[in-house]
Design a protein around this ligand. Sequence first.
Ligand SMILES: O=C(O)CCC(=O)C(=O)O
Ligand SMILES: [Fe+2]
Length: 256
Amino acid sequence: MFPSLPSETAIALVGDMNTRGYGVAENCISPEALASLRRHVQDSVSQTGGEYIAFGGPDALRGTFLQEMARSANFQALCRDLYRIGTQKSAPPVSFYQLLRCLAGKTGQQNAWFFHYDSYVLTVLVPILIPTEGQPGDLILFPNTRPIRKTYLGNLIDKILLDNALTQFLLRKGVQTGRVKPEKIRMTPGNVYFFWGCRSVHTNEPCDPDKIRATALFHYVDPHAHSWLRKTLLRLRNRQPLMTPVEAGIKIPQPA
Ligand SMILES: O=C(O)CCC(=O)C(=O)O
Ligand SMILES: [Fe+2]
């Protein structure tokens, strides 16, 4: 499933994540697992007529290797260790937020060059299908550009500064002209890549529209999961009441 890696490996990975910006665990995904995921990706993309498709959350990945990997004790132990060594705190008992992204076609090209911070401390990236000809769709990473924000408000201010047309344009032009020099990571299927997603501005380049670039992501530990401000903003956005009856202390009469 996922190999058991010695504790020195976790220490070395965190060292790389803190200095170079990312760590690589080589040959952790078996050729058989890659082959079955690739079949799943190819089938899904052909069902969309060769366009972008993403699967998010546990239900969408049921029955795939990615679900098994999230349940693997070795993989969970590694992520817990990376979190503990990197943050000097033990990880809360949470599961992964999982994603499988398949870039293809015109819509695949649109799902590129969006610079962002992840909401989660640790990002694990598993390349599944990376084009070997034309544009491979490299991972672009500005390592550790901020600390883990203590409050959700701090996080939100960073997001507003980054997630606007001007900043996005300047970053993209900067990278394309070579004026700013991020880490450009050409990923090799079989390897697994680790970085501090909530601390590092990152994005992916597009791949050619006639190719497929598929990556699986495991996002681990949202530091603001319990933020009042975050919950309130989410409710406003979803047009839900600001407090549930329980939070407001209202007892709902039960039918007799
Ligand atoms: O697919 C990739 O290379 C990166 C995707 C990413 O950063 C994300 O989904 O948060
Ligand atoms: Fe991300």
